[in-house]
Unconditional design. Structure first.
Lengths: 417, 276
C-alpha cells in the first residue's frame, strides 16, 4: 500500500532529526500521537502538533508519559496508527505500559531521542545508554523491535519503517535515536507519496462469530479488529487464550500448556531474519570488525578510515536493527575474524550481546563513552589497532581506555582490598 | 542601619554554587525566591531545620541556589519525596517548590493526595501558565486559546484553577498571589509555613521569554503590570460586573483551617499501639 498524499509533505528540506521524525510519522499514516514534552525529543512532538491537524490527525499533550503511552494504546486498538515521543525519564515512566503493549499486541511506535543519564542526567546532550532498557525495561518475557537511525533523513525513513514493523509484527517498536541525530540539521528529502510503502493494518474480515483476537496467522501474528465494530472485544494484560480470555485457572489445572508468552517471544525470534536490517562494508578480508549503531556508526566511519590508513584490515557492521539482535550474523563473523570493536555511548550494553554471540571465538573490545558527547574517532582507531595486534584470546570484554576516560578517571578507581 | 533585603538573600545563597543562574532576564522566579527567603528569615528558622524540595522545571531550580537542605528530585514527584522526609523529620519545615506543570500535570496525582492527607508541607506553586524549562508547551493552566509550541493554533484545553483543586482535595491552607504583590507573597508564605497541615501558596509568575513572547504579552514590566491590574482581592473582585471579571482573578487566602495533621496522627497511632 502507498502513503496517502494528504500525509506526505513532499519536498527537499533542511531540518533536524526530531522534525524529520514528526514528518515521518505523519507520512507513515500515524493518526495519533500522545506525548509529553521532554528534551531533546520535544521538537518532534511540536512538529506533529503543527502538521497533524492539517491532515486530520491528532496530537494531544497528555499529563505525563504514563498517560501518553496509555493513550496511544487505546487509539491503537481503536484502529489507528499511533506513536509516542520521549527521552530519558519519560522513557523510564513508559516501561510498565510497554509490557501491556506487548501482551495485548497493540501496534505502536516509541520514539526515544536518547539523552545522557541516569535520572535527569544531561538533558541537552547525547547518550546511547537506554539500549538494554529498550530490550528488557518492562517486567516479564516479551520481545520488541528497536532500530537506530543515524541521520535526519533516516529519522524520516526509519520512522516509516518502524510503523510498518509495528503493524506487521504487532509489538512495541522503538526508534532508539539520540540527541545528536535528533538535533543535527541536514538535508532531508521527503519523497512523493507514491514512493512511500506503507504496511496496512492486518484487519480481520472473516465471519464475525469466528473471530479470535489472539489466534495467530502462519507468521505467528494475529489479525486485528477495531474496538466498537461488534466483536465483543476482550483485551487484557492477564495471560489470555486466543479469545482473549484469562487462562490462569486452566494453566493451574494443567489444561492449557499454551502459554501465550511463548508466542509473543517466538513471533519476533522466529521472524528475526525478516526483521533484522544490517549494513556492512569492507568485510571481505577484515581481521577486525567494528560493530556500531546510530550516531556512533557515523563516528566510527572516521575511526575506521584512520585505522585503514595504517594498513589494518577492518570491516564495518552497522546494526540498523538492534533488537532483535543479529545473533547468527555475529556468530558467523566471530569464526572468521580476530576481534570485534564496539563503540557505544555507554559503559557497555550492546557489546555484551556481541560477546554472547561470539561464543569465545573472537576478542571483543568496548570503546566506552560516558555520554554528553560522541567518541573521538582516534580512540576508535586505536582500539582497532590494538584489536588487530592482540595475539592472546581474552575471555572477557576488553574495555579500551579512551582519552576521555584517562582524563576523567586516570585509568579507573582503585578499590581497597 | 536595618539590613536591606538584598543582603538577607545573600546570606542564604550557596556561595560555591556556580552563578549565573539559569533564569532568563525578567523572569519572576528570582522575585519569588526572594520572598521565600525573606519569609524564612523573618521566622528565624535555622537553615538546617528547613528542607527545600523541588521537581523539575525553571521554578524547580530555586532550591539549588539556596543553602537549605536541597532535594532537587524528579518531574512531578517532589511532594512524594517531601512526604518521605516529613514522616521521619516531622520537626523540619519542609517546603516544596513546584511549577504549574510539575504540580498539576505530571504531579497532579501526588498533589491531590498530599492535600487530602493534610501532611504538614508548605507547597509553593509557581504558576507561569506554561512549561518554561522545555521551551513553551501548554500546561494545565495555559489559558484556553493561548499559543504554546504544542498548541500552535491556540490551546483548546480548559484550565485548572489550582487553588480550587487544592480546596477540593482537602488542603487546609490555600492562598494565591502574584510575583508583583511580593510583600503579600512573603506574608502568605510566612502564614503557610506557620500553618500546621498541608498549605499551598500559588504565586502567579511572569515568563516573559517563553509564554510572554508566544502570546505577545510584552516585556517583563508589561507582564507585571498585567498582574497588578488583574489579580484582585476578593472584595474588589466581587464588586465587578460579570463582564468586568473577564481576565481577572482573585488573590488572597481562601482557606485557613485546623484539621488533624498526618504525621501527628501517625505518631498517635504508634503511641496508642505501644501503650497496649
Ligand atoms: C518524566 C519527565 N518528563 C518530562 C520532563 C521534561 N520536563 C522538564 S521541566 C518540564 C516542564 C516544567 O514546567 P513547569 O512545571 O510549569 O515549570 P516551569 O519550567 O514553567 O517553571 C518538563 C516537561 C522531565 N524532566 N521528566
Ligand atoms: S523560560 Fe520563562 S520561567 Fe523559565 S527562566 Fe525563562 S522566563 Fe523564567
Ligand atoms: Mg510553568
Amino acid at each position: 500500500m502507498k502513503a496517502n498524499p494528504r500525509d506526505v509533505n513532499s519536498g527537499t528540506y533542511y531540518m533536524d532529526g526530531d522534525v524529520a521524525a514528526g514528518y515521518g510519522a505523519l507520512a507513515a499514516g500515524c493518526r495519533f500521537i500522545g506525548g509529553y514534552p521532554i528534551t531533546p525529543s520535544t521538537e518532534a512532538a511540536e512538529t506533529f502538533a503543527r502538521i497533524a491537524p492539517k491532515a486530520g490527525a491528532v496530537f494531544i499533550q497528555m499529563e505525563d508519559e504514563l498517560g501518553s503511552i496509555a493513550s496511544i494504546m487505546g487509539a491503537s486498538w481503536s484502529g489507528v496508527k499511533t506513536m509516542t515521543i520521549t527521552s530519558g525519564p519519560g522513557y523510564s515512566l513508559m516501561m510498565e505500559a510497554i509490557g501491556l503493549g506487548a501482551m495485548i499486541e497493540a501496534p505502536f511506535v516509541i520514539l526515544n531521542i536518547q539523552r545522557g543519564g541516569p535520572s535527569t542526567g544531561v538533558p541537552t546532550k547525547t547518550g546511547q545508554a537506554d539500549m538494554m532498557q529498550a530490550r528488557w525495561g518492562s517486567h516479564g518475557d516479551y520481545e520488541v523491535i528497536a532500530i537506530a537511525p543515524d541521520s535526519p533523513q533516516e529519522l524520516f525513513d526509519y520512522t516509516i519503517k518502524a510503523f510498518n514493523l509495528a503493524e506487521k509484527y504487532r509489538c512495541p517498536v522503538m526508534i532508539m535515536s539520540d540527541e545528536c541525530v535528533g538535533h543535527m540539521s541536514e538535508k532531508v528529502v521527503i519523497p512523493p507519496a507514491e514512493e512511500i510503502e506503507i504496511e496496512p493494518r492486518r484487519f480481520y474480515n472473516g465471519p464475525k462469530e469466528k473471530y479470535l483476537p489472539f489466534k495467530p496467522d502462519k507468521d505467528l501474528v494475529p489479525k486485528m479488529v477495531k474496538a466498537g465494530d461488534g466483536y465483543n472485544l476482550y483485551i487484557t494484560g492477564l495471560i489470555h487464550d486466543e479469545r482473549g480470555y484469562p487462562i490462569k485457572n486452566q494453566i493451574e489445572k494443567g489444561k492449557s500448556q499454551k502459554l501465550p508468552t511463548r508466542r509473543l517471544v517466538d513471533k519476533i525470534r522466529l521472524n528475526a531474519d525478516k526483521i533484522i536490517e544490517l549494513a556492512e562494508e569492507g568485510m571481505d578480508d577484515a581481521e577486525v570488525v567494528v560493530v556500531s549503531y546510530g550516531i556512533s556508526y557515523r563516528v566510527a566511519i572516521r575511526g575506521i578510515e584512520i585505522a585503514r590508513g595504517k594498513g589494518i584490515k577492518v570491516g564495518h557492521l552497522r546494526l540498523i536493527t538492534v533488537w532483535p539482535f543479529p545473533d547468527k550474523k555475529i556468530n558467523e563473523l566471530a569464526s572468521k575474524v580476530k576481534a570485534f570493536v564496539v563503540p557505544e555511548i555507554n559503559y557497555g550494553q550492546v557489546v555484551f550481546e556481541v560477546e554472547r554471540c561470539s561464543h569465545g571465538q573472537a576478542n571483543v573490545v568496548l570503546v566506552p563513552h560516558g555520554g554528553a558527547g560522541v567518541h573521538d574517532p582516534d580512540d576508535i582507531a586505536e582500539a582497532i589497532e590494538y584489536a588487530a595486534k592482540e595475539k592472546k584470546k581474552i575471555r572477557k570484554v576488553i574495555e579500551w581506555k579512551t582519552r576521555l576516560e584517562k582524563f576523567v578517571f586516570e585509568g579507573g578507581y582503585k578499590l581497597n582490598k | 542601619m536595618a539590613k536591606i533585603p538584598q543582603k538577607i538573600i545573600h546570606n542564604y545563597l550557596r556561595h560555591r554554587k556556580q552563578f549565573p543562574h539559569v533564569w532568563c532576564p525578567g523572569c519572576s522566579n528570582g522575585i519569588i525566591l526572594g520572598a521565600i527567603i525573606r519569609a524564612i528569615d523573618e521566622l528565624k528558622y535555622e537553615r538546617d531545620d528547613v528542607a527545600m524540595i523541588s521537581g523539575i522545571g525553571c521554578s524547580s531550580r530555586m532550591p539549588v541556589y539556596v543553602d537549605f537542605n536541597t532535594l532537587h528530585t524528579l518531574h512531578g514527584r517532589a511532594l512524594a519525596y517531601a512526604t518521605g522526609v516529613k514522616m521521619f523529620k516531622p520537626e523540619m519545615k519542609v517546603i516544596v517548590i513546584t511549577g504549574d506543570g510539575d504540580a498539576t500535570a505530571i504531579g497532579g496525582n501526588h498533589f491531590i493526595h498530599a492535600c487530602r492527607r493534610n501532611i504538614d508541607l508548605t507547597t509553593i506553586v509557581v504558576n507561569n501558565n506554561i512549561y518554561g524549562m522545555t521551551g513553551g508547551q501548554y500546561s494545565p493552566t495555559t489559558p484556553t486559546g493561548d499559543i504554546a509550541t504544542t498548541s500552535p493554533y491556540g490551546n483548546i484545553d480548559p484550565v485548572f484553577d489550582i487553588c480550587k483543586l487544592a480546596l477540593g482535595a482537602g488542603a487546609t491552607f490555600v492562598a494565591r498571589t502574584t510575583a508583583y504583590h511580593v510583600i503579600e507573597a512573603q506574608s502568605f508564605i510566612k502564614q503557610a509555613l506557620e500553618h500546621k497541615g498541608f498549605s499551598i501558596v500559588e504565586i502567579m509568575s511572569a515568563c516573559p521569554v517563553i509564554y510572554g513572547r508566544l502570546n505577545k504579552k510584552g516585556d517583563a514590566p508589561a507582564m507585571m503590570r498585567e498582574m497588578k491590574e488583574n489579580a484582585l482581592p476578593l472584595e474588589k473582585f466581587d464588586e465587578l460586573a460579570p463582564e468586568e471579571k473577564q481576565g481577572k482573578y482573585i488573590r488572597g487566602i481562601f482557606k485557613q483551617e485546623i484539621f488533624p495533621e498526618y504525621t501527628e496522627k501517625y505518631a498517635e497511632l504508634v503511641a496508642s499501639l505501644q501503650r497496649e
